[in-house]
Design a protein around this ligand. Structure first.
Ligand code: ADP
Ligand code: MG
Length: 260
Protein backbone atom coordinates (compact mmCIF):
# COMPACT_ATOMS: atom_id res chain seq x y z
CA UNK A 1 0.00 0.00 0.00
CA UNK A 2 1.23 3.47 -0.82
CA UNK A 3 0.64 6.59 1.25
CA UNK A 4 -0.91 9.42 -0.71
CA UNK A 5 1.12 12.59 -1.07
CA UNK A 6 -0.31 15.53 0.88
CA UNK A 7 -2.80 17.53 -1.13
CA UNK A 8 -1.20 20.95 -1.15
CA UNK A 9 -4.15 22.62 -2.79
CA UNK A 10 -6.35 21.67 0.11
CA UNK A 11 -3.68 22.69 2.57
CA UNK A 12 -3.52 26.10 0.81
CA UNK A 13 -7.04 26.83 1.83
CA UNK A 14 -6.43 25.78 5.40
CA UNK A 15 -9.69 23.84 5.69
CA UNK A 16 -9.72 20.36 7.10
CA UNK A 17 -13.03 19.44 5.48
CA UNK A 18 -14.20 15.90 4.86
CA UNK A 19 -11.62 13.61 3.33
CA UNK A 20 -14.14 12.88 0.59
CA UNK A 21 -15.43 16.28 -0.37
CA UNK A 22 -15.51 19.86 0.78
CA UNK A 23 -17.18 22.96 -0.58
CA UNK A 24 -13.88 24.22 -2.02
CA UNK A 25 -13.52 21.19 -4.27
CA UNK A 26 -15.30 21.36 -7.57
CA UNK A 27 -14.19 18.09 -9.04
CA UNK A 28 -12.10 15.12 -8.09
CA UNK A 29 -10.76 12.21 -10.11
CA UNK A 30 -9.67 9.06 -8.30
CA UNK A 31 -7.78 6.30 -10.05
CA UNK A 32 -9.34 7.10 -13.41
CA UNK A 33 -8.54 4.69 -16.23
CA UNK A 34 -9.87 4.72 -19.73
CA UNK A 35 -9.30 1.83 -22.10
CA UNK A 36 -10.49 1.77 -25.70
CA UNK A 37 -10.98 -1.63 -27.31
CA UNK A 38 -10.11 -5.00 -25.81
CA UNK A 39 -7.40 -7.67 -25.83
CA UNK A 40 -4.44 -7.12 -28.16
CA UNK A 41 -6.02 -3.99 -29.63
CA UNK A 42 -6.67 -2.31 -26.27
CA UNK A 43 -5.46 1.30 -25.97
CA UNK A 44 -4.87 2.42 -22.39
CA UNK A 45 -5.58 6.11 -22.95
CA UNK A 46 -5.66 7.01 -19.22
CA UNK A 47 -3.72 4.89 -16.77
CA UNK A 48 -4.69 6.03 -13.26
CA UNK A 49 -5.40 9.75 -12.97
CA UNK A 50 -5.85 11.38 -9.56
CA UNK A 51 -6.72 15.07 -9.60
CA UNK A 52 -8.47 17.54 -7.29
CA UNK A 53 -9.61 20.88 -8.70
CA UNK A 54 -10.64 23.68 -6.36
CA UNK A 55 -13.57 26.01 -6.99
CA UNK A 56 -12.47 29.18 -8.75
CA UNK A 57 -9.23 27.70 -10.02
CA UNK A 58 -7.93 28.07 -13.56
CA UNK A 59 -6.33 24.80 -14.56
CA UNK A 60 -4.50 23.97 -17.78
CA UNK A 61 -4.05 20.31 -18.68
CA UNK A 62 -1.14 20.11 -21.08
CA UNK A 63 0.43 17.31 -23.05
CA UNK A 64 1.52 16.25 -26.52
CA UNK A 65 -0.78 14.79 -29.12
CA UNK A 66 -2.02 11.34 -28.12
CA UNK A 67 -1.27 11.81 -24.41
CA UNK A 68 -4.95 11.47 -23.42
CA UNK A 69 -6.11 15.09 -23.19
CA UNK A 70 -9.32 14.69 -25.16
CA UNK A 71 -10.10 11.43 -23.42
CA UNK A 72 -9.79 13.29 -20.12
CA UNK A 73 -11.92 16.18 -21.40
CA UNK A 74 -14.66 13.74 -22.43
CA UNK A 75 -14.67 12.30 -18.93
CA UNK A 76 -14.55 15.67 -17.17
CA UNK A 77 -17.41 16.87 -19.36
CA UNK A 78 -19.51 13.77 -18.63
CA UNK A 79 -19.53 12.93 -22.34
CA UNK A 80 -18.06 9.56 -21.49
CA UNK A 81 -17.73 7.30 -18.44
CA UNK A 82 -14.35 5.97 -17.30
CA UNK A 83 -13.50 2.26 -17.55
CA UNK A 84 -12.39 2.42 -13.93
CA UNK A 85 -12.09 4.92 -11.07
CA UNK A 86 -14.32 7.60 -9.61
CA UNK A 87 -15.25 11.06 -10.81
CA UNK A 88 -16.85 13.35 -8.25
CA UNK A 89 -18.39 16.51 -9.68
CA UNK A 90 -19.79 18.83 -7.03
CA UNK A 91 -19.51 15.88 -4.64
CA UNK A 92 -21.66 13.60 -6.80
CA UNK A 93 -20.13 10.43 -8.23
CA UNK A 94 -21.09 10.84 -11.87
CA UNK A 95 -20.09 7.29 -12.75
CA UNK A 96 -23.27 6.18 -10.97
CA UNK A 97 -25.56 8.30 -13.17
CA UNK A 98 -27.62 7.10 -16.13
CA UNK A 99 -27.59 8.81 -19.55
CA UNK A 100 -30.51 11.08 -18.73
CA UNK A 101 -28.97 12.25 -15.49
CA UNK A 102 -25.62 12.75 -17.22
CA UNK A 103 -27.24 14.91 -19.88
CA UNK A 104 -28.71 17.04 -17.12
CA UNK A 105 -25.34 17.36 -15.38
CA UNK A 106 -23.77 18.43 -18.69
CA UNK A 107 -26.43 21.06 -19.26
CA UNK A 108 -26.38 22.50 -15.72
CA UNK A 109 -22.78 22.09 -14.66
CA UNK A 110 -20.53 22.14 -17.71
CA UNK A 111 -19.87 24.87 -20.25
CA UNK A 112 -18.05 23.41 -23.24
CA UNK A 113 -15.71 25.20 -25.60
CA UNK A 114 -14.32 23.10 -28.46
CA UNK A 115 -11.44 23.62 -30.87
CA UNK A 116 -13.82 23.70 -33.83
CA UNK A 117 -16.37 26.05 -32.16
CA UNK A 118 -19.30 23.67 -32.86
CA UNK A 119 -21.82 26.43 -33.50
CA UNK A 120 -25.01 25.66 -35.39
CA UNK A 121 -24.52 27.23 -38.85
CA UNK A 122 -28.10 28.25 -39.61
CA UNK A 123 -28.63 29.96 -36.26
CA UNK A 124 -27.64 33.49 -35.29
CA UNK A 125 -25.08 34.11 -32.57
CA UNK A 126 -27.94 34.95 -30.20
CA UNK A 127 -29.85 31.74 -31.01
CA UNK A 128 -26.68 29.66 -30.59
CA UNK A 129 -26.09 31.14 -27.15
CA UNK A 130 -29.73 30.66 -26.13
CA UNK A 131 -29.68 26.99 -27.05
CA UNK A 132 -28.39 25.50 -23.77
CA UNK A 133 -31.00 27.61 -21.95
CA UNK A 134 -33.75 26.10 -24.11
CA UNK A 135 -32.57 22.63 -23.08
CA UNK A 136 -32.46 23.90 -19.51
CA UNK A 137 -36.11 25.01 -19.71
CA UNK A 138 -35.48 28.75 -19.26
CA UNK A 139 -38.33 30.98 -20.52
CA UNK A 140 -37.80 33.04 -23.66
CA UNK A 141 -37.49 36.58 -22.25
CA UNK A 142 -35.01 35.41 -19.63
CA UNK A 143 -33.11 33.39 -22.26
CA UNK A 144 -32.74 36.42 -24.43
CA UNK A 145 -31.58 38.60 -21.53
CA UNK A 146 -28.97 36.06 -20.39
CA UNK A 147 -27.73 35.39 -23.95
CA UNK A 148 -27.35 39.11 -24.70
CA UNK A 149 -25.49 39.56 -21.43
CA UNK A 150 -23.11 36.68 -22.29
CA UNK A 151 -22.51 38.02 -25.81
CA UNK A 152 -21.81 41.44 -24.35
CA UNK A 153 -19.32 39.89 -21.95
CA UNK A 154 -17.33 38.45 -24.89
CA UNK A 155 -17.48 41.76 -26.77
CA UNK A 156 -20.00 40.71 -29.42
CA UNK A 157 -23.03 42.84 -28.49
CA UNK A 158 -22.97 44.25 -32.03
CA UNK A 159 -22.91 40.82 -33.72
CA UNK A 160 -25.85 39.06 -32.08
CA UNK A 161 -27.82 38.67 -35.33
CA UNK A 162 -24.89 37.33 -37.36
CA UNK A 163 -24.71 33.70 -38.40
CA UNK A 164 -21.42 31.87 -37.80
CA UNK A 165 -20.27 32.11 -41.45
CA UNK A 166 -20.49 35.90 -41.19
CA UNK A 167 -18.10 35.89 -38.23
CA UNK A 168 -14.32 35.38 -38.07
CA UNK A 169 -12.92 32.28 -36.34
CA UNK A 170 -12.07 34.33 -33.28
CA UNK A 171 -15.58 35.80 -33.14
CA UNK A 172 -17.11 32.33 -33.55
CA UNK A 173 -15.05 31.07 -30.63
CA UNK A 174 -16.21 34.05 -28.55
CA UNK A 175 -19.82 33.09 -29.36
CA UNK A 176 -18.96 29.56 -28.22
CA UNK A 177 -17.57 30.97 -24.96
CA UNK A 178 -20.77 32.99 -24.48
CA UNK A 179 -22.75 29.78 -25.03
CA UNK A 180 -20.55 28.00 -22.47
CA UNK A 181 -21.10 30.77 -19.89
CA UNK A 182 -24.75 31.47 -20.31
CA UNK A 183 -25.94 28.68 -18.01
CA UNK A 184 -23.56 29.80 -15.21
CA UNK A 185 -21.94 26.35 -15.22
CA UNK A 186 -19.92 24.90 -12.36
CA UNK A 187 -16.94 24.57 -14.71
CA UNK A 188 -16.01 25.96 -18.10
CA UNK A 189 -14.23 23.18 -19.96
CA UNK A 190 -12.27 24.08 -23.07
CA UNK A 191 -10.48 21.56 -25.34
CA UNK A 192 -7.79 23.28 -27.44
CA UNK A 193 -9.90 26.47 -27.60
CA UNK A 194 -7.26 28.36 -29.57
CA UNK A 195 -6.17 25.44 -31.78
CA UNK A 196 -7.88 26.87 -34.88
CA UNK A 197 -7.20 30.56 -34.22
CA UNK A 198 -4.63 33.10 -35.43
CA UNK A 199 -2.49 34.80 -32.81
CA UNK A 200 -4.70 37.91 -32.45
CA UNK A 201 -7.84 35.81 -31.92
CA UNK A 202 -5.88 33.57 -29.56
CA UNK A 203 -5.03 36.62 -27.46
CA UNK A 204 -8.68 37.73 -27.49
CA UNK A 205 -9.90 34.33 -26.33
CA UNK A 206 -7.20 34.06 -23.64
CA UNK A 207 -8.04 37.49 -22.28
CA UNK A 208 -11.73 36.53 -22.08
CA UNK A 209 -10.78 33.38 -20.15
CA UNK A 210 -8.61 35.54 -17.87
CA UNK A 211 -11.53 37.84 -17.12
CA UNK A 212 -13.82 34.87 -16.46
CA UNK A 213 -11.23 33.56 -14.04
CA UNK A 214 -11.01 36.93 -12.30
CA UNK A 215 -14.80 36.83 -11.98
CA UNK A 216 -14.46 33.56 -10.04
CA UNK A 217 -15.34 30.98 -12.70
CA UNK A 218 -13.68 27.59 -12.48
CA UNK A 219 -11.91 26.94 -15.80
CA UNK A 220 -10.26 23.81 -17.12
CA UNK A 221 -8.48 24.28 -20.42
CA UNK A 222 -6.85 21.48 -22.34
CA UNK A 223 -4.02 22.49 -24.62
CA UNK A 224 -0.61 21.66 -26.06
CA UNK A 225 0.30 25.34 -26.45
CA UNK A 226 2.60 26.93 -23.87
CA UNK A 227 1.06 30.38 -24.41
CA UNK A 228 -2.29 29.01 -23.28
CA UNK A 229 -0.75 27.28 -20.27
CA UNK A 230 0.91 30.53 -19.18
CA UNK A 231 -2.52 32.07 -18.57
CA UNK A 232 -3.65 29.35 -16.16
CA UNK A 233 -3.09 29.51 -12.42
CA UNK A 234 -2.18 25.83 -12.26
CA UNK A 235 -0.68 23.59 -14.94
CA UNK A 236 -0.92 19.81 -14.91
CA UNK A 237 1.02 17.83 -17.51
CA UNK A 238 -0.06 14.52 -18.95
CA UNK A 239 2.08 11.97 -20.82
CA UNK A 240 0.94 8.58 -22.03
CA UNK A 241 -2.20 8.74 -19.91
CA UNK A 242 -0.47 9.68 -16.66
CA UNK A 243 -0.09 12.98 -14.83
CA UNK A 244 3.61 13.77 -14.74
CA UNK A 245 3.74 17.24 -13.20
CA UNK A 246 1.59 19.71 -11.33
CA UNK A 247 2.75 23.28 -10.93
CA UNK A 248 1.11 26.47 -9.69
CA UNK A 249 1.80 29.68 -11.66
CA UNK A 250 -0.38 31.95 -9.57
CA UNK A 251 -2.38 31.69 -6.38
CA UNK A 252 -5.67 29.84 -6.53
CA UNK A 253 -8.37 31.66 -8.43
CA UNK A 254 -6.20 34.40 -9.88
CA UNK A 255 -5.58 35.01 -13.55
CA UNK A 256 -2.96 36.78 -15.54
CA UNK A 257 -3.54 40.50 -15.15
CA UNK A 258 -5.32 40.14 -11.80
CA UNK A 259 -4.27 42.31 -8.89
CA UNK A 260 -2.08 40.36 -6.47
P1 ADP B 1 -4.91 13.87 -27.15
O1 ADP B 1 -6.21 14.61 -27.08
O2 ADP B 1 -3.95 14.21 -26.06
O3 ADP B 1 -4.28 14.00 -28.51
P2 ADP B 1 -6.54 11.47 -27.03
O4 ADP B 1 -7.23 11.48 -25.73
O5 ADP B 1 -7.32 11.88 -28.22
O6 ADP B 1 -5.19 12.30 -26.95
O7 ADP B 1 -5.99 10.00 -27.31
C1 ADP B 1 -5.25 9.25 -26.34
C2 ADP B 1 -4.97 7.85 -26.90
O8 ADP B 1 -6.20 7.13 -27.02
C3 ADP B 1 -4.36 7.86 -28.29
O9 ADP B 1 -3.46 6.76 -28.36
C4 ADP B 1 -5.54 7.68 -29.19
O10 ADP B 1 -5.16 7.08 -30.40
C5 ADP B 1 -6.43 6.76 -28.36
N1 ADP B 1 -7.87 6.94 -28.64
C6 ADP B 1 -8.58 8.10 -28.45
N2 ADP B 1 -9.88 7.91 -28.74
C7 ADP B 1 -9.99 6.60 -29.12
C8 ADP B 1 -11.08 5.78 -29.54
N3 ADP B 1 -12.34 6.26 -29.61
N4 ADP B 1 -10.81 4.48 -29.86
C9 ADP B 1 -9.57 3.99 -29.77
N5 ADP B 1 -8.49 4.70 -29.38
C10 ADP B 1 -8.71 5.99 -29.05
MG1 MG C 1 -7.11 16.06 -28.36
Amino acid sequence: MTIAAPDTHRADRGDAGSPDYDAGTVLELRGIRQTYGTGEAAVHALQGIDLVVARGDYLAIMGPSGSGKSTLMNLLGCLDIASDGQYLLGGVDVSSLDDRQLAKVRNKQIGFVFQSFNLIPRMTALANVELPLIYGGVKSAERRRLALEALDMVGLADRVDHRPQALSGGQQQRVAIARALVTSPTIVLADEPTGNLDSQSTDDVLSILDSLSRAGRTIVVITHEDTVGEHAARVVSIRDGRLVSDRRNRPLGTAKGAAA
